[in-house]
Design a protein around this ligand. Structure first.
Ligand code: DAH
Length: 339
């Protein structure tokens, strides 16, 4: 009897079936009233008394094993059945619509990329700033018109806390923590209290550049900006500097690039002049270095600041500034190829 049970234990361990009928046939074969295991159990009464214990344990084990195997077969059949009806793994996936990068992000990344190849690293500062970082540390006189309510958004109840009007504030944020050599590029959003129109918005984006070291000259500044202009607008792009004024630079200049549309011949976009203004720049004012803890007898610097919308407009001829913040999919989709 023990021999027979052992054989059957082995037999039921290897049962297989490919459908519900076959599983039912196995159940009948082993476990039904006339099944083989049931027959063994009926035989139990003929087992000699001294073997009863051992045989009893083994028969129960066999019955349990057969039940487990048959239930296991049922379960795996149910699973494959489910897969067959619900999921077709060979079917082509639904196309997932991919978003596109915002044109301002594309241009910002391009600017960062060009300057990082020149050794500039990235720096960022807060959009909600204090007067010190936006104005005072940048050498704005107390009565400078840029502090006027006309331009600056104040955080109500905190006249010292404002929305930054330019990314020059990040210059101060960097200098207060770092001694020269400093070579940073600072992209970010800025805010000005302007009526929204096709040509002005109450927020826009700038990239600030700052270089402080021993032996920095205006020629270095021009060289870096010429390289930037060529990378951004094409190898044949030319630049020119016009004297200007900013409180934080001396001397200061505004830089033009040769018109990206007519290449300098004169057209509607450049109003016949052949030139387009793209940024402000200059040698960092010694007061700015001193106000920010840098020895102006030892170090010099240059700085520049440009509007990202402005650069994007010149590259892509976007006629209305408002398009950049309206999230109109038809507009954003046009930049798919530039991604
Ligand atoms: N902060 C200036 C603005 O908002 C731009 C600018 C001009 C930044 C000259 C500079 C600079 O760093 O040197 O219009």
């Amino acid at each position: 009897m023990l021999e027979r049970i052992k054989e059957m234990l082995d037999e039921v361990a290897h049962l297989s079936a490919s459908n519900a009928e076959e599983i039912e046939a196995l159940r009948i074969k082993y476990l039904s009233k006339k099944g083989e295991i049931t027959a063994l159990m009926n035989d139990f009464r003929n087992v000699p008394a001294e073997q009863k214990k051992e045989v009893g344990i083994k028969i129960n084990e066999l019955k349990q094993r057969a039940l487990d195997v048959i239930n296991g077969l049922r379960q795996s059949l149910a699973q494959t059945d489910g897969e067959e009806t619900d999921i077709d793994i060979t079917r082509t996936a639904y196309p997932t619509p991919l978003g596109t990068r915002h044109p301002l992000t594309i241009v910002k990344n391009e600017i960062i990329d060009i300057f990082s190849r020149l050794g500039f690293s990235l720096a960022e500062g807060p959009e909600v700033e204090d007067d010190w970082h936006v104005f005072s540390s940048m050498n704005f006189a107390d009565d400078h018109p840029a502090r006027d309510m006309q331009d600056t958004f104040f955080v109500e109840a905190h006249p010292d806390i404002i929305l930054r009007t330019h990314t020059s504030s990040v210059q101060a944020r960097v200098m207060e923590h770092q001694q020269p050599p400093i070579r940073v590029i600072c992209p970010g959003r800025v805010y000005r209290n302007e009526a929204i129109s096709a040509r002005a918005h109450c927020f826009f984006h700038q990239v600030e550049g700052l270089y402080v070291d021993t032996d920095v000259s205006f020629t270095d500044l021009m060289q870096v900006l010429l390289l930037f202009a060529k990378e951004m607008f094409g190898e044949d792009t030319q630049i020119r500097m016009r004297p200007s004024y900013f409180p934080f630079t001396e001397p200061s200049a505004e830089m033009d690039v040769s018109c990206t549309l007519c290449k300098g011949k004169g057209c509607n976009m450049c109003k016949g002049s052949g030139w387009l203004e793209i940024l402000g720049c200059g040698m960092v004012h010694p007061n700015v270095l001193e106000l920010n803890g840098i020895d102006s007898t030892k170090y010099k610097g240059y700085a520049f600041g440009m509007g990202i919308e402005r650069i994007a407009n010149l590259k892509y001829q976007v006629k209305d500034l408002r398009l950049f913040s309206e999230n109109d999919m038809r507009f954003l989709k046009e930049f798919e190829a530039a991604n």
